[in-house]
Ligand binder design. Structure first.
Ligand SMILES: Cc1cc2nc3c(=O)[nH]c(=O)nc-3n(C[C@H](O)[C@H](O)[C@H](O)COP(=O)(O)O)c2cc1C
Ligand code: SF4
Ligand code: SF4
Length: 288
């Protein structure tokens, strides 16, 4: 059996998830290949695989624009192809269930049929920085859940997220995030801390950043608002347009913190996080 992963991960969370998937599939004898949507053209032929995974971070209750664009470039499969969607996001609100509706529609026209969809909670790369403890707990939950979900997939168990009434309409409305990202991009610039290191230019998935011969950083018109440039900038020098106060800079360690942290957001979506961790804990415990 063979699996193909097509993924986009702006700041590494979704990549962490598919690395675990690839590892557990391999332990069960399933070979897989990975296509990073950043890299443009697909070098693999989906016809050669028994299942195709699409993995992405939820952006504005939707799949990012580049993921939808990539899906539209795929040819129609000759026979029905098994589709599995993996998505990560910063909170466990049920409204996030709608995020794949456009993607599923696009892929269905190309003969891909959804059998499984999983949503994992990972730390925010926008809005605010989760504490190290929260990021650690999220990753621990992910590590516990992935082997169970891989088992379900290999046992051909169908797992879909709960349908949201009027979700299709809401999801179409939410596509407003895509032009919104481009508008925000017009207001992005760098501050005096920029050292013209070129990292943001290299990292941008849409080649939206250019550094001129004087070392000045220019943002063009195809921003996805994916936050990668601002997240990884070593000098925290990017002013993230109209959403600058939501900027998160610097990788998460995903390690258990050595010292107690102040959690300024401990009340934020508290019940929904608790519910997610409780469900994860019970599933992991029951499996053992
Ligand atoms: C523009 C943007 C919009 C986002 N919208 C949502 C959202 O609607 N719901 C949510 O739970 N998280 C949202 N997030 C948070 C990301 O989905 C989350 O941090 C994700 O795990 C990042 O994955 P990545 O590191 O693979 O890019 C958003 C992030 C960005 C950058
Ligand atoms: S990554 Fe940061 S410091 Fe480096 S060129 Fe870009 S904005 Fe400047
Ligand atoms: S400019 Fe920054 S936020 Fe916009 S697409 Fe490029 S890396 Fe992502």
């Amino acid at each position: 059996m063979r699996a193909l992963f097509c993924y986009f991960s702006a700041t590494g969370n979704t990549k962490k998830c598919i690395d675990l998937y690839q590892n557990y599939l391999s332990l069960s004898g399933v070979e897989s290949d990975i296509h990073n949507i950043d890299d443009g053209k697909l070098e693999f032929n989906p016809e050669d695989y028994d299942m195709v995974f699409f993995a992405y971070p939820i952006h504005g209750f939707n799949a990012p624009e580049n993921v939808l664009k990539f899906a539209k470039t795929l040819k129609k499969c000759k026979e029905k192809k098994r589709l599995i969607i993996l998505k990560t996001s910063g909170e466990h609100l049920r409204i996030n269930n709608i995020s794949s509706y456009s993607l599923i529609r696009i892929l269905k026209r190309r003969n891909y049929y959804l059998t499984n969809e999983y949503h994992y909670i990972m730390p925010y790369d926008i809005i605010f920085r989760h504490t190290d403890l929260m990021a650690y707990n999220m990753y621990e939950a992910l590590k516990g859940l992935v082997p169970l979900d891989v088992k379900d997939i290999l046992d051909n168990k169908i797992v879909k997220l709960k349908y949201m009434p009027f979700g299709h309409l809401l999801q179409i409305f939410m596509l407003i995030e895509h032009p919104g990202a481009k508008i925000n991009g017009l207001f992005m610039h760098t501050n005096k801390n920029c050292i013209s290191c070129g990292l943001c230019e290299k990292a941008c998935p849409t080649k939206n950043i250019e550094i001129d011969e004087k070392g000045k950083v220019h943002f063009k018109h195809s921003c996805l608002m994916c936050t990668r440039c601002a997240f990884y900038c070593p000098k925290d020098a990017i002013v993230f347009g109209l959403f600058n106060s939501w900027k998160v800079n610097g990788k998460y360690s995903f390690q258990m913190p050595k010292e107690e942290e102040v959690d300024k957001h401990k009340r934020y979506c508290k019940n929904s996080y608790n519910r997610y961790f409780k469900i994860a804990e019970e599933r992991i415990k029951n499996q053992k």
